[in-house]
Design a protein around this ligand. Sequence first.
Ligand code: DOR
Ligand code: ZN
Length: 345
Amino acid sequence: MTETLTLRRPDDWHLHLRDGAVLRAVLPETARHFARAIVMPNLVPPVMTAADARAYRDRILAALPADMSFEPLMTLYLTEDTDPDDVVSAHAEGLVTAVKLYPAGATTNSASGVRDFGRVSGVLERMAEAGVPLCVHGEVTDPDIDIFDREAVFIDRVLDPIRRATPGLRVIMEHVTTADAVDYVTSAARDLGATITTHHLVINRNHILAGGIRPHYYCLPVAKREAHRRALRAAATSGDPRFFLGTDSAPHVDAAKETACGCAGIFTATNTLSILAHVFEEDGALDRLEGFASLHGPAFYGLAPNADTITLKKGAPTACPERIETADGPVTVFDPGFDLHWRVA
Ligand code: DOR
Ligand code: ZN
């Protein structure tokens, strides 16, 4: 049995770092293990312009402990008023790595997102020409569509029409949660990739709802049935380079989760790699963890993999903090429901 596993240092291709006190508390949890991350722009107000991205990147770097290194890969929040010239020049100068599409109302701080997809076709065409990737939160917001169906319906009604209308646009379907999304990605050409979170490989909708309501397992897109979780496991462990890690680690203080109307988001930065090693070992795919966590993402984004490595060791169950303290209150760390034997050495 393998007891030591050395990988190229991983990156996180979908991460929420927030701002202020929460940023200061959660950033080291990611920077300890990951070299880079695609940083989500859904602050209040959102990161909408190159100037916003520059200021946010500077706040992230100022919050980084002096003995850690980390490269935030910045994103711009797409609105119906986004200026294509601002996007293209920010990408050309290396300030911005991708643009994020939130359907308005789909999730946390998405009110400024897109309502009429026809109104962003111009900027998407410019992005396709200039090679700027589009990260997509793939859920419709129509109240008539059942929340468990919103991802599958988005593919048919929004994503596929956008991709057909915008040849050459590189799209990342983020945090896929369904077999429908896995099938769509595998049936597409190499211009479509998908990130998969740690928690969607572990939980299904029973974890949220059976035997009591568990707010720390609530996120968006919401976890689906077991058959979908299995499809995600198969995709993540398949070695297919179109699937890669985006944790969607999304801290909310406990007071905002454990309430009558709790926020969506699961915080996994702290124990993601231990959980992934467990999952990949369980599926007989430990040799494919490096592809998923460290190689496929940079390849899709046209970046080099990290030069250095991390080593995981397997042993007695490792203790993981149950929560991270922040000056705004505690943030609960995702509990996978099993002991973790792998730890980053
Ligand atoms: O669960 C989620 N939390 N899903 C998202 O799309 C946003 C995120 C957040 O910002 O908290
Ligand atoms: Zn997210």
